[in-house]
Each structure stands twice: as C-alpha cells, then as structure tokens.
Design a protein around this ligand. Sequence first.
Ligand SMILES: Nc1nc2c(ncn2[C@@H]2O[C@H](COP(=O)(O)OP(=O)(O)OP(=O)(O)O)[C@@H](O)[C@H]2O)c(=O)[nH]1
Length: 336
Amino acid sequence: MISELTTNNKTIPVYILSGFLGSGKTTLLVKLLAYWKSKGMTPAVVMNELGEVNLDGEIIGKDVSMAEILGGCICCSVRGDLAPQLVELVQISSPDVIVIEATGAANPVEILDGIADTSLYVKLQIRELISVVDSIHLLDTYRKQKGKTFRLMQEQIRAASQLLLNKIDLVTEEERQELVECLRRWNPHAEIHLTNYCATPPTAILRENELPGVSADHRSVSAEEENHESSESNRTHSHDHVMAYTHYFSKPINSVQFESWLKQLPRDIYRAKGIVTFSDTNSRFLFQFAYREADFTKLRSSDRLEDVGVFIGEHFSKTEIEQSLRQLETNEETAE
Ligand SMILES: Nc1nc2c(ncn2[C@@H]2O[C@H](COP(=O)(O)OP(=O)(O)OP(=O)(O)O)[C@@H](O)[C@H]2O)c(=O)[nH]1
C-alpha cells in the first residue's frame, strides 16, 4: 500500500514505450533522453525486464533517475509494483517527464491500467503510447498470420498512438509499403514514422506542446514539426485519439449526474477509475467502472488525494470526455 503522497502539484507527462523484443525501444529511449536533457529537463525512466537483471540500464547513464521492475512483466505478474515505483520515482527525483519502457512481451493496455492506479496518488498524464515495430520481424510473422508473437505484435500496434516502423534498412521498398498497409489496417489512428535506428525528430512523436486537457487539434506546432508533418504522407492529421485520459476535477460534482454520465460512456471506453467528491452527499468516493458496471467505495475524508478520473479505451475522443466532465463541474457552479 502506498502510504506517502506527493505534495508537488505539477502534472508529469508519461510516455510508454512498447514493442516486441529487440524492436528498438532502448535505441529510441536513449534518443529521447538526450533530447530532454538538451532542453534542460529532468527525465526519469521506469524499466521493466522479464529477467532478473537490467542490462539496458547501463546504457541509460547514471544521471537519469531510474526505477527497475525486474523478474516479470508490469502488465501481469509484477503489475502491483508499478504504482509504488512510480510514486517513489516522483517523490525522490521530481522529474519533468517519465518514460516507461515495457518488456517486449507486454500488453500495453494492461500497463495503462497500472498507470491509472498511480494517477490516484500522483499527478500523471499519459501523453503517448509509442510502439516500436521491427520491420523484418513483423513481415515474417504477418506473412504467417498466426502464433502468439503475431497476436502480441498486433495488440502492441493496435494500442499505439505513435508507431515507429523501425529497421526499414532491412526490408525492400515494396515490403515497406506492405508493412505500412498492415499497420494502417490494424490501427487507422496512430501516426506512422518510418525509421532506421529510431531516427525521427523527437518533437514529431512527443507532442510536448499539448497541455493536459487541451485538445490536440489546438496545439501550437513547432516549425520542425510542421516541416515533418508536411513531408510525411502516412500520418493522420487528427491527434484526438488517445488510449487514456486523466481528468483532474476542479470541484465537487453531483452524484446522480455523474452516475448517469458513467452509464452513457461510449463502448470504446472499457475501464475507468478515480476519486470524486460529491456535492450532494458531502463525501468522497473511489469509483471503478468496468464492463459497463460502476462501483463506488466511500473514502475517509482525511485521505489527501486529488479528485481525479482515468479513462481507458480504444481511440475515443478525449475532448468529448473532458468537455462533458467540465460541464458536470459547471452544473454545480450554476446550482450553487
Ligand atoms: N539494422 C538495424 N538494427 C537496429 C535498428 N534499430 C535498432 N537496431 C538494433 O537492434 C538491436 C535491439 O535494439 P534495442 O534498442 O536494444 O531493442 P529493444 O526493443 O530495447 O530490445 P529488448 O529490450 O530486448 O526488448 C540492437 O542491436 C540495435 O542496435 C535499425 O533501424 N536497423
């Protein structure tokens, strides 16, 4: 159980790096860390390895705060470790940004669920789920169309908001096109970047200019990004598809309205959890929502937790969720 809570009020962006074993996740991580450091930022890393040793940790360097979760996958066997490790990382190093490098065998949707737990204790906002795809490996499994690896790769691709089709030096131009078509079919929403050694401008995949809770369509785009966007024909231009949305409530809301709001959530949102203060009951509750069933547990009023909701699903509109929740908050304002 997490006993201490952070008092720092900033919201920390979180990026999840997913992708099959050996696809290039660490290669990308090293580039992202160098980028953040060059901007004077303090990044922190959560590394998860199936084995008992973390060899990649050596590559990261001693100047980056790192939490290691070894001996299992954070999406299943050591999932309970993720929240306490993240909270500790935030409390000790107060990072500006956190990257979670998943094991190659991880199902990213389960990791989102683990981060949702953590959002109850520290202010986190999942920004991107980046899946790195090994071109030659995908080509091989795609042509066979079966097996556990095929299904896992498919899940990692489906869940992503950013896709790096990496190691394109190892496939032909025709094969590249075949792979891009495959990615598009499995995930019509993600942005696709064709890369060698994950070389793509970090600004193109990080969406740093987007403030939490602000529609990506209104973000300001840097010149570098703009150039990149116009030269990249494979990208979709709506960024408003996310796998998780974290909402920090600004005030208590009405319990009846919130319950009926939960019931009408789109089917694409299959998991939600959080803490709310109800104006009409004068109490705080932990809420859980799964498979269209909502459950509320009363919290002690002394618990110093933020009012927050985390919503997980497939490519739903973050803006719509945000606006309708803000509406619930506004309803209370007018009722006062
Ligand atoms: N040919 C080629 N090799 C690459 C490319 N990107 C990465 N590699 C190599 O692929 C190997 C695996 O890269 P990593 O970045 O360690 O991959 P990973 O996904 O972190 O691997 P795991 O942690 O084992 O899951 C390394 O030897 C990289 O140098 C690429 O675009 N082309």
